[in-house]
Design a binder for this molecule. Structure first.
Ligand code: ZN
Length: 142
């Protein structure tokens, strides 16, 4: 693909690109700070006349991972695809909502004292004999 223009970024935000083009744009975004800056400018321009930033984010294809998914991400309990997506969303796109959400979750997760961890481990040890514990059951539901 030739240089990624403002127009292409707009199509990207509209989800109007083919899958191949989309992944090329995402690849380029990962690599280029100036392109990420341009994306933010384009998004801000589109934001004008909108009711709220939140409305934009919900409508955009750059949909936010759920709080649950962010929690699992912090615990490194997500599959590679989701990990990749969340990192892209947080770092490359720099979603302010998810960054705030993540900071909040981090605070919560730092809380557990060693006691809590021991208790948790005991729970898993005692449950392991009776239950099949795995991450298979739930879909990541993107
Ligand atoms: Zn987000």
């Amino acid at each position: 693909m030739a240089a990624i223009t403002r127009e292409i970024l707009t199509h990207y935000l509209d989800d109007a690109l083919s899958e191949a083009e989309t992944s090329q744009v995402e690849q380029a975004l990962r690599q280029s700070e100036s392109l990420r800056r341009l994306l933010r400018v384009v998004m801000q321009e589109r934001d004008r006349g909108e009711h709220s930033l939140g409305a934009i984010w919900r409508r955009e294809r750059l949909s936010c991972p759920s709080r649950e998914q962010l929690g699992s991400y912090l615990l490194r309990a997500v599959d590679d695809d989701l990990l990749d997506y969340i990192e892209f969303h947080l770092r490359t796109i720099g979603c302010p909502f998810c960054q705030a959400n993540l900071a909040d979750l981090q605070t919560l997760q730092q809380e557990p004292a060693p006691q809590t961890q021991t208790r948790r481990r005991k729970f898993f040890e005692s449950s392991a004999g009776y239950l099949h514990i795995g991450r298979e059951g739930k879909s990541t539901g993107r």
